[in-house]
Design a protein around this ligand. Structure first.
Ligand SMILES: NC(=O)c1ccc[n+]([C@@H]2O[C@H](COP(=O)([O-])OP(=O)(O)OC[C@H]3O[C@@H](n4cnc5c(N)ncnc54)[C@H](OP(=O)(O)O)[C@@H]3O)[C@@H](O)[C@H]2O)c1
Length: 322
C-alpha cells in the first residue's frame, strides 16, 4: 500500500528522511480495526518525528501521521482518536504514562490502510467532510482541551493566542471565537494577522507587542520565542496553558519571580481524551465550524505538504487525501 514514512532522521534536514512509497498492509490484531483512509492531516509532530524528537531511531521505518478519518470494515465512516492507551489502562488515556500517539509506537495514519484500536473509533457525523474530520484528532483536540478544560476561562474572558498560522493556533482562534471568548492573536506575519481577524479574532498584534489590556489566559505553543511575553501580558492570577514549544523549550528567562509574585498558573496540556474528541466533534457540527484548511493534496504528493509546513508558510491544516 502507499504510505508516507520516516526512513531516517535529521535535526537540520528533516525532509531528507521522508519517503513516499510502498509499505506492507497492516496485519490484523485482536481488538483493532482496519480503516481505509480517506483523509489525514499534517502536524508539527510529523516534523518532530523526522527530526528524531519523540521517535527513537530503532523504531524506523515508521509510517507518519497522527490524524485521520476513513471507513472501517463494516462500512462506517469514522474519525481516528490518536491517543492509544496501554492494555488495561482505566481513566483518562492522556494520563497513561505508557500511552502513545499514532506514529510513535504503532504505524501512523499516512497510509491507505490504518490499524486502529477499535475503542479509538469515533463516528463521523454524516454531514461532515472527511477533510474536516481528519483535522480534529490532534491540533483541534489539543486546542479544545487547552481552552475548555485547562484554562478555566468563561465567555467574555480575554485570551491571547501566541502565533496565528499553526494548526493549533487556528483551531484556538476558531473555537474560542465560537465559544464567546475574546481572542487576541500575535503573529510575525502581517498577512497571517489579517487572516486571524477574518477567523474571529477580536484584535491582532505583532509578536512581542505591548498589549492595551492584561489577559486572563495565554495559549502557548511557540515556546522560547514568546515565553516572556506570555508571562508579561497576564493579569495577576492569570494562566498560561502550554502544549508546545515550536521555537525551543529553553527560554532566555524562565520568569520565575513574575510567576510566583503575580500568582500566575502554568498548565501543561497534551491532546485530549476520547470524550473530549466526541464533544469537539459535536461542537464543530452544531456551530457549523469549518476548520481552516491551508492545502489539500493526495497522499502521493505529501512531500510538498511537509515542505510547506516546514517553511512556516502554512495557515491552517495541510490535508492529504487517499
Ligand atoms: N501537546 C500536544 O498534545 C500537542 C498537540 C499538537 C501540537 N503540539 C505542538 O504545538 C506546536 C504547534 O503545533 P502546530 O501543529 O500548530 O504547528 P505549526 O503549524 O508548526 O505552528 C507553529 C506556530 O508557531 C508560531 N511560531 C513559530 N515560530 C515562531 C517564532 N519564532 N515566534 C513567534 N511565533 C512562532 C507560528 O505563528 P506565525 O507563523 O503566525 O507567526 C505558528 O502559529 C508544535 O510544537 C507541536 O509539536 C502539541
Amino acid at each position: 500500500m502507499l504510505a508516507v514514512y520516516a526512513q531516517s532522521q535529521s535535526r537540520t534536514d528533516p525532509l531528507s528522511g521522508l519517503v513516499v512509497g510502498e509499505r506492507p498492509e497492516p496485519e490484523p490484531r485482536e481488538g483493532w480495526s482496519l480503516v481505509t483512509l480517506k483523509a489525514a492531516t499534517l502536524n508539527h509532530h510529523d516534523l518532530w518525528s523526522l527530526m528524531g524528537v519523540g521517535l527513537p531511531a530503532d523504531r524506523l521505518p515508521m509510517v507518519l501521521g497522527c490524524d485521520g478519518a476513513g471507513v472501517d470494515e463494516q462500512g462506517r465512516e469514522v474519525i481516528l482518536h490518536s491517543v492509544i492507551a496501554s492494555p488495561g489502562w482505566q481513566g483518562d488515556e492522556t494520563l497513561d504514562p505508557k500511552r502513545s500517539l499514532f506514529s510513535e509506537v504503532y504505524d501512523g495514519t499516512f497510509a491507505e490502510k490504518v490499524l486502529v484500536p477499535s475503542a479509538n473509533l469515533v463516528p463521523k457525523p454524516a454531514g461532515m467532510s472527511f477533510e474536516t474530520a481528519a483535522a480534529l484528532p490532534t491540533a483541534w483536540l489539543t486546542a479544545y482541551r487547552m481552552l475548555f478544560v485547562a484554562a478555566d476561562v468563561t465567555p467574555g474572558s480575554l485570551v491571547l493566542v501566541q502565533g496565528a498560522g499553526g494548526g493549533v493556533a487556528t483551531a484556538l482562534i476558531q473555537l474560542g471565537a465560537a465559544a464567546g471568548l475574546r481572542i487576541w492573536v500575535t503573529s510575525r506575519d502581517e498577512g497571517k494577522r489579517a487572516q486571524a481577524l477574518k477567523l474571529g479574532a477580536e484584535a491582532v498584534f505583532e509578536s512581542g507587542a505591548r498589549l492595551p489590556e492584561k489577559c486572563d489566559a495565554v495559549m502557548e505553543t511557540v515556546g522560547a520565542a514568546t515565553w516572556s511575553h506570555s508571562v508579561n501580558v497576564l493579569r495577576p492570577g492569570g494562566a498560561i496553558v502550554i502544549s508546545g514549544a515550536t521555537s525551543g523549550d529553553a527560554p532566555q528567562k524562565a520568569e520565575l519571580t513574575k510567576i510566583f509574585f503575580r500568582q500566575l498558573r502554568v498548565i501543561g496540556s497534551t491532546m485530549g481524551n476520547l470524550h473530549e474528541l466526541q464533544r469537539l466533534t459535536q461542537l464543530v457540527v452544531s456551530r457549523g465550524i469549518e476548520p481552516v484548511i491551508d492545502t489539500v493534496m493526495p497522499l502521493s504528493g505529501a512531500r510538498e505538504g511537509f515542505a510547506r509546513l516546514h517553511s512556516g508558510q502554512a495557515f491552517g491544516k495541510v490535508v492529504f487525501t487517499a
